[in-house]
Design a protein around this ligand. Structure first.
Ligand SMILES: Nc1ncnc2c1ncn2[C@@H]1O[C@H](COP(=O)(O)OP(=O)(O)OP(=O)(O)O)[C@@H](O)[C@H]1O
Length: 214
């Protein structure tokens, strides 16, 4: 299986944010986006996840079992800056919602809500409203969302923001397990994720560059 980005360019408002970005990621491979604030990391992640339409280029997903015309976005989990959980629902209810909503993509199976909470080190508090959790606990539970339904591609935007050192290493282990199971990772981060063999794409952005000199 393969995730391919071909000659991607994206615009926000009137501004071109990046152009002609291409990469291919196969099973077990990872690409980490780095670069200063505003250089376009989140924009690229959102474009690959199918949340923004590219100005040019395309994102393609190919695998033996893939149906013709399947959108790459269907193979992706996207964890953005926000956690996408309802503050007034319990942690279990939130995770159960996402498990049902996503279902499993072909080729793998998600784990139970309880197991997922245990995997991020928070098994004892799934009965609490999500809004009661600390910022770091909320981020851990948002990460557990990736585990309850199988998606081969994980797209993570600053996954370790607000995390303590222990949680960072838990996330690194979970990502390495995902890659070892044949998954793919695309992540933006200012803090090293500590992954072996990750490729790096340094985003530069176009701030201050006139459109006629792109
Ligand atoms: N809706 C929008 N309209 C116009 N410009 C936008 C819009 N959204 C984002 N931008 C601009 O796009 C550029 C890229 O933003 P993006 O969020 O992709 O950067 P980033 O590299 O992820 O930054 P950070 O490291 O701060 O998270 C920024 O200059 C931002 O101001």
């Amino acid at each position: 299986m393969r995730l391919t980005a071909e000659n991607l360019s994206a615009r926000r408002g009137e501004d071109l944010i990046f152009k002609d970005i291409s990469f291919t990621l196969g099973a077990g491979e990872s690409l980490v986006l780095t670069g200063r604030n505003g250089s376009g990391k989140s924009t690229l992640l959102r474009t690959v996840a199918g949340l923004l339409r590219p100005e040019t280029g395309r994102v393609a997903w190919t695998s033996d079992g893939a149906e013709a015309g399947m959108r790459a976005a269907e193979a992706c989990h996207y964890l953005g800056h926000r956690n996408a959980m309802k503050a007034e629902l319990s942690v279990s209810e939130n995770l159960a919602f996402w498990k049902d909503c996503f279902g499993d993509f072909s080729g793998g199976r998600g784990i139970s809500v309880g197991e997922a909470a245990e995997s991020v080190g928070l098994g004892g508090i799934t009965h609490l409203p999500f809004g009661y959790l600390s910022a770091g606990q909320q981020r851990r539970m948002a990460f557990a969302k990736l585990l309850v339904a199988w998606r081969p591609v994980w797209i993570l935007d600053e996954p370790t923001a607000a995390l303590d050192v222990n949680a960072e290493s838990v996330f690194t282990t979970l990502i390495e397990n995902h890659l070892a199971a044949g998954g793919i990772l695309l992540a933006a981060t200012h803090q090293p994720l500590g992954l072996q063999n990750a490729q790096e794409l340094k985003m530069t952005g176009f701030a201050g560059v006139m459109e006629n000199v792109w």
